[in-house]
Design a protein around this ligand. Structure first.
Ligand code: MV4
Length: 451
């Protein structure tokens, strides 16, 4: 097992990783920018190294500074968290080249899943159901028109290096194809310096359902159930829940088995999340994330598995220590992402936190690096806390979430707590039959237009 882990991240996930390490007797090294000198994980870590100025490109994305901090402090491994360098294969290779362990899948797997064309090819080869589409890259408008006819409109043109919605254009008919194809390529080139695009059938009202995978280096793979992440605004998840209100036990078991057998075929190790679009009872592989995800705590709530702890254990070469039949799913869990944003306009609202009181009670968890007197910086993403609530029934969890949101006191900044209070009281949300477009439609009808 590692003696010392460098945490190459910030905020709540840095604290989450620190906690897992400390409970395993592993020393921690925090790295921080000048803007994060007073961050909670910096205060709690055994050692702290300032790796640069506030801008992420000069600090949390500064590969050389992070590797140097790890070498200076004698870290055995680096945990990248999520975002930043967590899915950067070059960084993972650099870590390994310097004799340390990158806590995550292999660089080869990160690279393969980071390219949506090679990821889809791997999904097909490992038996995952995929969205009907082009066989790999589409290079010309004529080829795009051919694929449009073959697949059947509407279709979507997507960037191979894409993610989070960038470089995606829908074509509803042949006359829209030339523009969609050209714009998607241009946006891909501008955003990712890689203009490779591919084409798929456009699914109009899907849900976003993802499966959590955990695998050791010896071929033991388990899935930890699904998370329904359909409540998104501009490709940012707002609220996640497990189990999905759309699935029954048979569907859950089937997709879980397909996912684990695919990961065994691929020789996957460490944590991973397979994202699917789900429509009309069918799953379609969308992407695979080779990192721990923001929303992992709802899976921890219903399975009792400490995902970050086991991710670190398997990265150190330990066997998983349990089989699929040892995983039991208990109850329901919902996570509300709380952002320092105006709840109507979503304008970021950084600043100094005054009163900070988190909710408590049975099955209520708050993951946050915030505290009274802390100043929320303006140069990073706006999530300041995750409120995770567990319970026996979905209605019980909604009641408990309503109570917990009502207890949460955050003064000095605006937050999206009022938005969550409106969502969880909405009859359509309570009914559970929502898709990926529901939240944006809800917001159009329910937020006061800014003057
Ligand atoms: C799609 C799709 C419909 N059909 N692909 C959005 C970002 C990237 N992860 C892929 N995305 C989508 N791909 C096909 N063939 C709809 C989306 C999509 C979406 C997917 C999941 C969650 C939220 C979304 C919001 C808008 C569009």
């Amino acid at each position: 097992m590692f003696e010392k882990v460098l945490i190459a991240n910030r905020g709540e996930i840095a604290l989450r990783i620190h906690r897992a390490c400390q409970e395993m007797g592993i020393k921690t090294v925090a790295v921080h920018s000048t803007a994060d000198a007073n961050a909670m994980h910096v205060k709690l870590a055994d050692e702290a190294v300032c790796i640069g100025p506030a801008a992420a490109k000069d600090s949390y994305l500064n590969k050389a500074a992070i590797i140097s901090a790890a070498m200076m402090t004698g870290a055995d491994a680096i945990h990248p968290g999520y975002g930043f360098l967590s899915e950067n294969a070059d960084f993972a290779e650099m870590v390994e080249a310097h004799g340390m362990v990158f806590i995550g899948p292999s660089p080869k797997m990160i690279r393969m899943m980071g390219d949506k064309v090679t990821a889809k090819q791997a999904a097909i080869e490992s038996g995952l159901p995929v969205i009907p589409g082009s066989e790999g890259e589409v290079k010309t408008v004529d080829d795009a028109l051919m694929w449009g006819e073959k697949i059947g409109y509407p279709v979507i043109v997507k960037a191979a290096a894409g993610g989070g919605g960038k470089g995606m254009k829908v074509a509803n008919n042949p006359t829209e194809m030339a523009e969609a194809f050209t714009l998607a390529k241009q946006e891909a080139k501008n955003s990712f310096a890689n203009d490779v695009v591919y084409i798929e059938k456009y699914l109009q009202t899907p849900r976003h359902i993802e499966i959590q995978i955990l695998a050791d280096n010896y071929g033991n793979v388990v899935h930890l159930g699904e998370r329904d992440c359909s409540l998104q605004r501009r490709h940012q998840k707002v609220l996640e829940e497990t189990p999905s209100p759309a699935l029954n036990a048979a569907q859950r078991q089937k997709i879980g088995e397909i996912a684990t057998s695919a990961m065994k075929k691929l020789g996957y190790s460490n944590v991973g999340t397979i994202e699917f679009l789900y429509e009309n009872g069918q799953f379609y592989f969308l992407e695979m994330n080779t990192r721990v995800q923001v929303e992992h705590p709802i899976t921890e709530a219903i399975t009792g598995v400490d995902i970050v702890r086991d991710q670190i254990r398997v990265a150190s070469g330990a066997v998983l220590g349990y089989k699929q039949e040892d995983i039991h799913f208990n109850g329901y869990a919902i996570e509300c992402r709380i952002n320092a944003e105006d709840p109507n306009t979503f304008i970021p609202w950084p600043g100094k936190i005054g009163q900070w009181h988190v909710p408590g009670g049975l099955d209520v968890r708050v993951d946050s690096g915030m505290y009274a007197g802390y100043t929320v910086p303006s140069c990073y993403d706006s999530m300041v806390a995750k409120l995770i609530v567990h319970g026996r029934t979905r209605n019980g969890v909604l009641m408990r979430m309503k109570r917990a949101l009502n207890e949460f006191v955050i003064e000095g900044i605006r937050t999206t707590i009022p938005l969550h209070q409106k969502i969880i009281e909405n009859p359509e949300f309570i009914d559970g039959m929502y898709n990926i477009h529901w939240l944006e439609k809800f917001l159009e009808q329910n937020t006061e237009k800014s003057e």
